[in-house]
Design a protein. Structure first.
Length: 267
């Protein structure tokens, strides 16, 4: 009898892309999300949990692009090696996004001194009301240079890609902006994108920071999620070009309403 050799081909998972709505921390709205990796013929396999799988990639540098109907396009450079790699992409809502009735919004238009729309300006709005803190530091001290934090007293979920203002305790507290790069232990221990530049003691709070950009028409919408009280105060920073920054302090936002700032002209 002839010998029969049976070969089983197995695919190796190289990259998992998790795409989430930056406002809800859930899967993006609609069914139009596409995930593309430049430099490879490998196609993303969509899983039932909303993640996208790339198999058998050669190690190296790739350009990841994510498109979805109600969101800004996101692009990022990633490095793939021999180990499984997970990339979390937060999709920022466009002004056309179907916001819920309970969302607190800030809307305005951006123009330059000549009256032309400003596109791709960077917007960062920080919640200043301490009752809206998303979590607090739970160890006696987190030292300068630390790249991990242990948190507690949560008032909402914290996911990869979230940005927060870390504010210390006292009448003149230290502050710095942090970004979550990895959840090491669910609702307890988190890795930071960059090491801390200051030290913080137990009770230091994480205040939500919302980031977005302006459209090609200069249109801006900033939406807030999961705050504990119906009206809260924010600080808005608009960055345009290499050295142009415009700041609006103590801006009140209320759930279920839109704060319309009209047209803002930047020099």
């Amino acid at each position: 009898m002839d010998q029969i050799r049976i070969s089983q081909l197995r695919s190796r998972v190289s990259l998992v892309v998790c795409v989430i709505d930056a406002l809800t921390s859930q899967a993006p709205l609609g069914n139009t999300t596409t995930v593309h990796l430049e430099g490879t013929r490998s196609k993303a396999i969509r899983k039932s949990n909303g993640s996208y799988i790339f198999n058998d990639l050669s190690p190296g540098e790739y350009r990841l692009s994510v498109h979805s109907e109600y969101y800004f396009q996101e692009q990022t450079n990633i490095t793939v090696n021999a180990h499984n790699f997970i990339e979390v992409v937060q999709m920022k809502p466009l002004p056309s996004y179907p916001f819920s009735q309970g969302a607190g919004l800030i809307r305005f238009m951006l123009q330059n001194a000549a009256g032309s729309p400003i596109r791709d300006a960077h917007l960062q709005s920080t919640v200043l009301t301490e009752d809206c803190a998303r979590a607090r530091v739970m160890v006696d001290q987190t030292d300068k240079g630390a790249s991990e934090m242990t948190l507690g007293s949560f008032t909402g979920g914290i996911v990869v890609g979230d940005v927060y203002l870390l504010r210390g305790r006292g009448s003149q507290p230290d502050e710095e902006v942090i970004r979550i790069s990895e959840v090491l232990e669910h609702q307890k221990r988190f890795r930071l994108a960059n090491p801390l530049t200051k030290s913080f003691v137990r009770g230091a709070m994480l205040l939500p920071v919302q980031e977005t950009r302006s459209t090609e028409r200069g249109e801006v919408v900033i939406a807030f999620r999961g705050n504990r009280i119906p009206t809260f105060h924010t600080e808005l920073v608009i960055t345009y070009g290499t050295d142009s920054e415009h700041k609006i302090k103590d801006l009140a936002v209320a759930e279920g309403t839109t704060t319309n700032l009209g047209t803002i002209q930047l020099a």
